[in-house]
Write a protein that binds this ligand. Structure first.
Ligand SMILES: Nc1nc2c(c(=O)[nH]1)N[C@H]1C(S)=C(S)[C@@H](COP(=O)(O)OP(=O)(O)OC[C@H]3O[C@@H](n4cnc5c(N)ncnc54)[C@H](O)[C@@H]3O)O[C@H]1N2
Ligand code: MOO
Ligand SMILES: [Mg+2]
Length: 435
């Protein structure tokens, strides 16, 4: 029998999901495998950087006092007593009137306190010795890269929950992390439900479509930093779907199903949650696409019942599953980033619910703009391929005009601390507002 559902706000739905977040455990993995993972512990400097005073230039290490009287008219002459490259140490004691030829990265000879780069010196061979002439004085510390000037021992360099990319890897390597503490990936099981579904390699036949959601969701799961286990397709058969969901729950940290969550005769997920004794957090959200997105909880594990419609499925994951994954990975920025920007085209469709319009952003004149891409319906798949943002427009409006300021959710970015707030209706501009 048809059951009326109560729609809740997007922000309320996110809040309900976040109440069931947990943080993943830590494991150690080789630095070679760490790219894309999330740091499980903060990285604290256990030594200074640089760890010794060094030259940042190819030139000569000098004793600054020796150069005090140097001028173009009266250059100072210093004897070059040895050459040292990075990785080697000066062997000879440097006395007054002497200098050491040093290459970038070389530890400063103990007695020297300034660097004169090659470009500021004249080299002279005389009496079987090498000399340099300096036409300007150098102060103590000139051109020296000092121990600890970049980072001091004890500095917190990276927080737990940081996504590991090339720059993070560089810091980890600098501090000797051959094994990196990372958060274990949450394992997310995926089932695609629908008797109409064909596998990707199957030929189309009347009434059937290829299963795109499973592959899309697998990719979204990976992008969010979790491990996806795809358990396959299920026909719209209550017993088959119930057994699959029930038997999979203890193998995963969360379970995603696509399809079968609406009010159709063969939409079995609502009954499955009921038979499982799961606590349904919500089954209707005041949003399009994805109004039927349902999330339930069973023994602390979340069941994300995403819509079968591809765009609704995509948006449901980004808004509700992604923050759960990111929190599991210790990120303190679990929510999809959103900014204010300008719509480039009219969007005349009336909106009963908050609408997330698949869009593409660009930067014009230093401002962010968003252009809707393709047909904006829940069942649409092709526009997803061109979207890097979702324009969020509030419900209860007659549509939007080019130039209106809107909320833009940025896809494929690290995230933000601030959860999405349902957009308020745009204030209607009255003609005397310009006065
Ligand atoms: N009387 C009502 N009918 C519908 C309502 C409603 O409120 N009252 N809601 C509509 C909305 S909104 C949506 S969204 C859909 C959601 O349907 P389900 O989540 O139950 O999904 P299905 O019925 O299984 O499939 C919907 C649609 O998506 C296609 N699909 C399913 N799985 C896949 C897949 N893996 N890859 C690609 N496409 C898939 C499926 O063939 C259907 O066309 O319900 C509306 N109905
Ligand atoms: O849940 Mo449906 O996608 O709102 O259109
Ligand atoms: Mg349905």
């Amino acid at each position: 029998m048809f059951e009326e559902r109560t729609a809740i706000k997007v922000s309320e739905a996110i809040k309900r999901v976040m109440q069931f977040c947990k943080k993943g455990e830590i494991e150690y993995i080789n630095i070679d495998d760490a790219e894309g993972r999330y740091l499980g512990k903060a990285v604290v400097a256990d030594h200074n950087i640089p760890s010794f005073d060094r030259t940042p230039l190819d030139g000569f290490a000098v004793i600054s006092e020796d150069t005090a009287s140097a001028s173009p008219e009266n250059p100072v002459r210093l004897e070059v007593i040895e050459t040292v490259g990075a990785g080697n140490l000066a062997k000879r004691e440097v006395k007054a009137g002497q200098a050491v030829r040093v290459m970038t990265g070389t530890m400063m000879p103990e007695e020297c306190d300034a660097i004169a780069m090659f470009e500021l010196t004249n080299e002279i061979e005389e009496d079987g010795k090498t000399w340099i002439e300096l036409k300007r004085p150098f102060k103590k510390g000139d051109f020296v890269s000092f121990e600890g000037e970049e980072t001091k021992k004890g500095d917190v360099l990276l927080e737990a929950g940081t996504k590991i990319h090339a720059g993070v890897i560089a810091v980890l390597a600098t501090f000797g992390y051959s094994e990196v503490p990372v958060v274990k990936k949450p394992v997310i099981g995926i089932y695609a439900t629908g008797t109409e579904l064909l596998e990707v390699d199957e030929e189309l036949v009347p009434g059937k479509i290829r299963n795109s959601n499973a592959y899309m969701i697998k990719t979204q799961v990976h992008q969010a930093g979790a491990e996806a286990v795809y358990y396959g397709q299920l026909a719209d058969d209550f017993d088959q779907c119930y057994d699959a969901v029930k038997n999979t729950l203890d193998k995963v940290d969360a379970l995603i199903t696509t399809g079968g969550v609406s009010v159709g005769d063969f939409d079995y997920l609502p009954e499955i949650y009921q038979k499982l004794g799961a606590n349904v957090l919500f089954n209707k959200i005041a949003m399009r696409p994805g109004s039927v997105t349902t999330v339930a909880e069973k023994d602390g594990k979340l069941l994300f019942g995403l819509s079968g419609n591809p765009s609704a499925c995509f948006v449901g994951f980004e808004l509700y599953t992604r923050p759960w994954v990111k929190t599991f990975l210790h990120s303190d920025k679990p929510f999809t980033e959103w900014v204010k920007g300008t719509l480039t085209e009219d969007f005349p469709k009336p909106n009963p619910f908050t609408r997330f319009i698949r869009s593409k952003i660009s930067f014009e004149g230093g401002k962010i703009t968003a252009s809707p891409v393709g047909m904006d319906k829940s069942q649409v798949v092709t526009s997803l391929a061109h979207s890097d943002a979702l324009v969020a427009v509030p419900g209860g409006t007659r549509g939007y005009k080019a130039g209106d300021e809107v909320d833009i959710l940025l896809l494929f970015r690290e995230g933000t601390k601030d959860p999405f707030k349902d957009p308020e209706k745009l204030r209607v501009k009255k003609s005397n507002d310009d006065a």
